[in-house]
Every structure is written in C-alpha cells, then in structure tokens.
Design a protein around this ligand. Structure first.
Ligand code: AMP
Length: 612
C-alpha cells in the first residue's frame, strides 16, 4: 500500500494530511492522484460518496497550482450548497500550510456581494454550485479564462437536479486547454453525454466496481403497506436504541410529516428539506453532527454533502424514484471503514425495483421482518442493562449520599430491586408494546385486501392530461406547463407518468380545484395542441368533479372513446411505473424551483433549492 508521498504529494500537503489523521490513501486517491499529477488527460472517475473522492481531486490540484498567480486556476462544481461548503472546508484543511493559496466557495442563498468581494481579492480555487457560478460569470465577477482544472463532482446529481444548462454555460467559459475531472457515482446516459461532448479521450478510473455499493453496508428490505410504514419505522428505531440515522423521503411534505410524527412520538428527530431557511438547515445539521438529534429525516437533495461518517442506518422510508439514487442514499452509511445498514421499507409491489437495485449494487437484500413488541422490549432492556453494567462508579462523588440510599432500599431484596428498576425504565415501553400486533401480519393482510390496487399517496390528487410522449412531452416540460399556469405560490407536484399519447401527474390535493381552474381559465396550448386535464376517476370521489369536461376542448376520452379503463391497461403495459420512478422526486423538487423563480430576491425556498 502506497503512501501519499509515493503518490507524488510533497510537503506542505503531506503535513496537512498527517494533521487530519489521513494515514494511507484510499483506493480512488491511489488511482486519481498520480494520474492527475502526471498527465493533463481528462479523467472520468467512478466514485461513491464516502470513498475519499474530495481529496482525490483536490490534492493533485493543490500539488500543481501556482500560488503566486491570483487568477482562478481551478473551478469545482458541486450539486448542492452543503457539498460545496464541505469541499471548500476540505480544501482549506488540505492547504493549511500553503499561505498564499486562496479558496472561495460560492452558492445561492447567501450574499452575492460578499462572494464578489472575495473573488476580487484574488483566489486560485473556486468551489461553487452551478447556478451561482453562472450568475457570477454573467456579472463578470468570476473569470474562468485561466482555468486549468474543471472538476464536476457528483455529475449525475447535477444533471438530476436540472443543472444541464448551467453546466454548459460554465464549461463554455473555460479554455479548451483545461483538464476536466468528472466524478460520478453512476454513469447514466446524460453523464456519458457530458463526458462525450466535453471531454477529450478521458482516462477512466474506478474506486471499485462501477456502481457497486460499499462492502461495509448490509442491505435489508421490510415489506410494509401505507398503513404499516410509519409504525414499522418506529419499531426499527426502537429495536436499535443507539440508532444514528438518516431517513430518506421523496418529497418535502413526506419529510416534514415523518419528522413531525417522530418528534410527536418522542424521538430525537428533525427534518432537513428545501422549505427550511438556510439558518434552520444549518442549525439542524449542527444538532445532527453533535448527535443531539439521532434521526434526521431528509430529502435526497437536502442530504447531499452531509459529511457524517458514523451513521448506523440509512432508512429508505420510500424508495427513491430513480433506482440509481439508492446507491447515493446507502452510501451515507458504511463510510470511512465503519459498518452500516441500509433499510428499504417497500410495498410488496416494489420487490421488482429491489431486484433492479440489487443488479446495480451487486448485492442481495436481506428479507427482514419488522421486530415484534417483545423483541423490541428485549433489545431495549438489555441495552440499558449493559449500560448499567458498564457504568463506571465514581465513588468519591456519590459516597456521601450512599448510606442514606442504602437505608431507603434496605427492605428490598436483590430481585425486587431489579424488578423495580426494570419497571421504572420500561413501563411506558412495555405498555406501548404489550398488545402490539405483529406488523408483518398486518402488512400481509393489507396486501391481500388491496391486491391489484395501486399504491397511492393520499395527499395527492392524480390528474390525466391529454399529452404524451408523441407530443414531445417529458417530465420537465410537463412541470414547466404546470408552473406556467401559476396555480399558487407553492404547489407540490408528485409522481408523473408520461405515456405515449397521454400522461398523469399528481398535485397536492389542497390545490385540486385551483389546478382545474387555472387550466380552464388559461386555456394553455402545448405545441399548438389544446391542453385538457381531468381528475382521474379514482381521485374524484363521491360528489367530486367527476366527468368534468372543459368547454369547447376535445378531451382524450371523447376523442378515443376508450375511457379510463383502457388507459389504465395501456398504462400498465407501458413504462408508466418507470417514468414515474424517474421523474417524480425530481419533479417535486424542481417544480418548486421553477415556481419560485419570482421569489429569488426574497430568499424563497426555490432559490435555495436551486442553490443559486
Ligand atoms: P469523501 O468521499 O471525500 O466525502 O470522504 C469521506 C470521508 O473520508 C471524509 O470524512 C474524509 O475526511 C475521509 N477521508 C478521505 N480520505 C481519507 C484518508 N485517506 N484517510 C482517512 N480518512 C479519509
């Protein structure tokens, strides 16, 4: 195993690494550092989070950078503010003994003038989110004409979050001669396209098998239904008294709801999502890092860049829409050599998606059962008993009280004392779980009952729209179309299913009528076609606006005469499920961004989301 010195890193970087306790390079560092130092060839690196990729690209840049020149020589783009800040901090630590080396981190949601002032003073390395970087280029505050290294970190995430146009702009502001270093945990088509279009015969390296999960993570699946999902989550938390976990949710609403429930039920939990102000997010993260919070409930986007190494669990409250994102989520645990467990709470119908994930991570999920009340009580009791057993007694501090305490307890036998202690600690727990049902049975009964039905989010209303793939509709265009109707300030968009000739989308049910009205009043067109939306049958409910047709417009039902039954069957034979999987999380996150483009100046949540 080589040392950092063997890889070509000299003082003062080595000294800084020793201070940080980095003894040996990680696999990706061993491969990337000498490659970047010895060659100007572009580089495509497959690297998960937690593999040490930040040092893998930062260290060779620091080794070669010209400290006497105050032009920007390296630009590092990252998908989120949190990750950008983390990278910036790491670079400052690595360059601790390089007095003339200046780094600045630029991201949305914070004062742009301050960032401009720092840039004016001269910096060699800029770490930024794509949106803010483009803003600064447009204001001519950031000049990339002398850039030698361009790093695209978590390129897949940047594209997922809709930063393609911004990336194009940044790339076009850099010189042809630069070395492009692209780091990504997955290489979907879009990332390959970036590599093809912007990189010149890149060298490929990988920190392990492409897309495979960390060896330190065990994957478990629990079958739940909508009714048992939350109680199952509670039981998993109760069965692991020392849990330190991130619970991943797909939307902000789901995130807030799960966190609220956990807090209400007495767990040390909090939420992290894009509706929170930057100050609130920072405060939550601070508490989580200090372990004042044991369970952090988060959206994928908000959780990016969380640099916490000793998580015991990652829990997928719902599976991510894109199966590739499972890898990102589970990679938050099992980091820096420690072991971790990644749990997926899935419906019976999602087992196929688990198979797809297994193919990506090249590992099998362990089918697990939700712990019973008895198992949980046992676990809790023995954890506290072990703690009591291992507690060091500080005689000098308590000895003055002990005679009186012995006196008070003198009438109890050893057994009675133990019984009272256990009851005192566990009565609440025991009574909660005394007659608790076996959730595995409840889930299978629910599944039995709902066989053939579709899992639905009860907070959403599902709409039909008379446009599909054949009309060149895609999730992004559909979100744009919905946003253009200006339904309300903040409307959450849920799952989107794009089919050949028509599609479905979900909207927060509180905006059901507003959505119908907006489309009716605006009479939008899409590529010259009238647009028609309707609430799907299953969401109309008794006395709803079922069968509503908009005056003068052709509805799909009228045109094709097939009715919803026919569409449903087409839906199940098409790739509805997969479309939905790919798009819904992104759609809900990105829809908010677009929606709030008007509140950019007021620091609205969309602005933060997009990290402009
Ligand atoms: P990253 O993948 O860059 O987010 O790094 C994951 C974690 O591993 C961070 O906390 C780093 O500080 C830590 N780390 C990175 N490289 C090393 C190394 N060579 N030795 C020890 N820890 C490291």
């Amino acid at each position: 195993m080589s040392t950092f010195l063997d890889l070509g890193l000299q003082e003062p970087i080595n000294r800084a690494l020793t201070d940080l306790g980095y003894e040996k390079p990680t696999v990706i560092q061993e491969k990337a550092i000498p490659q970047i130092i010895s060659s100007t060839a572009d580089l495509k690196a497959f690297a998960q989070t937690g593999t040490g990729k930040t040092a893998a690209f930062s260290l060779p840049i620091l080794e070669q950078i010209d400290q006497t020149n105050t032009n920007v020589q390296a630009i590092i783009l990252s998908p989120t503010r949190e990750l950008a800040v983390q990278i910036g901090k790491n670079i400052e630590q690595f360059s601790k003994y390089m007095p003339n080396l200046k780094t600045t981190t630029v991201y949305g949601g914070s004062n742009i003038d301050e960032q401009i002032r720092k840039l004016k003073r001269g910096v060699q390395i800029v770490v930024g989110t794509p949106g803010r970087t483009v803003d600064l280029i447009n204001r001519r505050a950031l000049r990339l004409g002398n850039v030698q290294w361009l790093v695209l970190d978590e390129a897949d995430e940047m594209l997922n979050m809709g930063f393609k146009d911004d990336l194009d702009k940044v790339l076009s502001a850099t010189p042809e001669t630069k070395q492009t270093l692209l780091f990504s945990a997955t290489f979907p088509r879009e990332v390959e396209a970036i590599a093809r279009n912007y990189m010149d015969s890149p060298v490929e390296i990988t920190s392990g098998e492409k897309n495979s999960g960390s060896d330190n993570v065990t994957h478990q699946q629990y079958i739940v239904t909508e009714r048992t999902r939350y109680p199952a989550l509670r039981r998993i938390a109760d069965a692991n008294p020392e849990i330190y976990a991130i619970v991943f949710c797909r939307t902000r609403r789901e995130t807030q709801q799960v966190a609220d429930n956990l807090i209400r039920d007495g767990y040390s939990a909090d939420s992290l999502h894009g509706d929170l102000s930057q100050g609130q997010r920072d405060s939550v993260m601070e508490k989580f890092r200090k372990k004042t919070i044991q369970i952090l409930v988060a959206t994928d986007v908000a959780a990016r860049g969380i640099d916490v190494n000793d998580l015991t669990h990652v829990i997928n409250h719902k599976l991510p829409d894109q199966v590739e994102n499972y890898n990102h989520r589970s990679g938050r645990t099992g980091r820096a050599g420690s072991k971790g467990i990644s749990i997926a709470l899935i419906s019976k119908k999602e087992q196929g998606r688990i198979r797809s994930i297994e193919r990506i991570i090249k590992k099998k999920f362990i089918q697990s059962t939700v712990p019973t009340g008895k198992e949980i009580c046992e676990k809790q009791i023995f954890t506290i008993i072990d703690k009591v057993h291992n507690t060091e007694v500080n005689t000098s501090e308590i000895e003055s009280f002990l005679p009186a305490v012995y006196e008070k307890l003198a009438d109890l036998t050893r057994e009675e004392l133990i019984q009272k202690f256990v009851s005192k600690e566990f009565n609440t727990f025991l009574s909660y779980y005394q007659n608790a049902q076996d959730l595995n049975d409840v889930s299978s009964r629910d599944n039995e009952r709902s066989r053939g039905g579709r899992d639905r989010d009860e907070n959403m209303t599902r709409f039909f729209i008379n446009l599909g793939r054949k009309d060149s509709l895609n999730p992004a265009k559909l979100i744009g179309l919905i946003n253009d109707q200006k339904i309300a300030d903040k409307v959450e968009i849920g799952a989107i299913d794009i089919l050949d000739t028509f599609s479905f989308f979900e909207i927060d049910k509180n905006f059901k009528e507003a959505t119908l009205d907006a489309f009716k009043n605006n009479e939008p067109e899409f590529d010259g076609r009238f647009v028609n939306i309707e609430i799907t049958k299953s969401d109309r409910g008794g006395g709803g606006r079922g069968g509503r047709r908009q005056g003068g417009k052709k509805s799909f039902g009228n045109k094709n005469g097939g009715g919803y039954g026919r569409r449903r069957s087409e839906s199940s034979s098409g790739d509805s499920r997969r479309s939905s999987n790919r798009s819904s999380e992104r759609s809900s996150e990105r829809s908010s961004e677009r929606r709030s483009s008007s509140d950019r100046n007021s620091g609205g949540f969309g602005r933060r989301r997009r990290e402009r």
